[in-house]
Design a binder for this molecule. Structure first.
Ligand SMILES: Nc1ncnc2c1ncn2[C@@H]1O[C@H](COP(=O)(O)OP(=O)(O)OP(=O)(O)O)[C@@H](O)[C@H]1O
Length: 333
């Protein structure tokens, strides 16, 4: 594709960091700092899905929230449709918020138990003062149909729905203001496996029909494989590998990605991948290891790994990796 016709990203994150200062034990102690996200950059093209994967605590949710301005970033920039969100005022942010939404992991706690499903989905229209009362009612009915809920369910309360139906309510609410971009934060991990596929299919269908752009956060590689065009693998606040879905599943490079994938066992092409067992837990983001953050769990770590932090480099076309070694090519387990 020529440079002129290259698509413009809808989302661009440049060197995003989010550090949380914890409360001090006493006035003379330095506060501990959690390095939840440390210099993350990526683009998402309009109409595409970027998957963000990694173990619990690696900074996926914080990245998604910082992107939407729900947590304050320490450094870096988030550009939405070429607008740098760090430069816009609260007033300017209000209409932008309509275009960027989030679906949470837990459809149980995301819904107010005292509101009917219809009122929940109508809420964003009321808050943003969109349409007349009758136009809002019509829009809510349309949204119910779009996500596969029935009109006679409008006046029911959250507890009267199944888990999958509650996630459909959350999706309808997220769509109410016609967003372009949605952060899907583990949207199926709280659901039964049988229901997960239905919700994933619904998200795919809505993406096609409404040209939505997704950041899809998950710890589950099987889910990401189903949903995403591109995948970024996160470890302890940084991206260690990023590639399109096919390259990542067929030729995983980083030892961490390969460890995650070996739990799934077969690659997209059906070939078995070399097994790397992940020992121990993810280190504490308050005291991250020197050099490569993965070195304390990496079976291939060498001296340089504790001394120099590897940068994310393009190791083959559009396949980025942060590792001192070409592990997929020259290291055997
Ligand atoms: N408000 C906060 N204050 C202090 N630390 C926080 C805060 N929010 C998140 N963290 C810490 O930041 C790190 C990254 O958390 P985050 O929730 O982004 O990870 P995650 O990969 O989404 O994990 P999970 O899948 O469990 O949600 C964790 O160590 C977490 O404890």
């Amino acid at each position: 594709m020529s440079e002129q016709s290259a698509p413009k990203p809808l989302i661009r994150i440049e060197d995003l960091s989010v550090h949380f200062k914890l409360k001090r034990d006493n006035w003379f102690a330095e506060p501990d700092v959690v390095h939840a996200v440390d210099g993350v950059s990526f683009d998402i093209q309009s109409g595409q899905t970027l998957g963000l994967v990694g173990e619990s605590g690696c900074g996926k949710t914080t990245t998604g929230r910082a992107l939407l301005g729900l947590v304050k970033s320490t450094t870096g920039h988030v550009l939405f449709d070429d607008t740098d969100l760090s430069t816009v005022s609260g007033e300017e942010m209000f209409p932008l918020r309509q275009r960027m939404q989030i679906i949470f992991q837990d459809p149980y706690s995301a819904l107010n138990p005292r509101q009917t499903a219809g009122d929940i989905v109508m809420d964003p229209l009321v808050v943003h003062n969109v349409g007349t009362p009758s136009a809002r009612k019509e829009r809510v009915e349309e949204l119910f149909a779009l996500v596969g809920l029935r009109k006679n369910q409008l006046s029911l309360y959250p507890h009267q729905f199944s888990g999958g139906q509650r996630q459909r309510i959350c999706i309808a609410r997220a769509l109410a203001l016609n967003p372009q971009f949605i952060v899907c934060d583990e949207p199926v991990s709280a659901l039964d496996v049988a229901i997960q596929a239905q919700i994933l299919n619904l998200l795919c269908k809505l993406q096609d029909e409404l040209n939505l752009t997704y950041l899809f956060i998950s710890h589950d590689l099987a889910v990401v494989q189903h949903m995403c065009d591109e995948i970024a693998v996160m470890y302890l606040g940084v991206i260690v590998e990023r590639a399109d879905r096919k390259s990542l599943f067929e030729n995983p490079r980083h030892p961490y990605t390969r460890a995650l994938l070996s739990a799934v066992l077969t690659s997209v092409s059906g070939e078995k991948i070399e097994r790397i067992r992940l020992e121990g837990d993810i280190p504490n983001p308050i005291n991250k290891p020197s050099g490569c953050r993965f070195r304390t769990r990496c079976p291939f770590a060498q001296q340089v790994c504790s001394e120099v932090e590897p940068v994310l480099e393009e190791k083959s076309p559009n396949h980025w990796e942060a590792c001192h070694f070409h592990t997929s090519l020259d290291v055997t387990a």
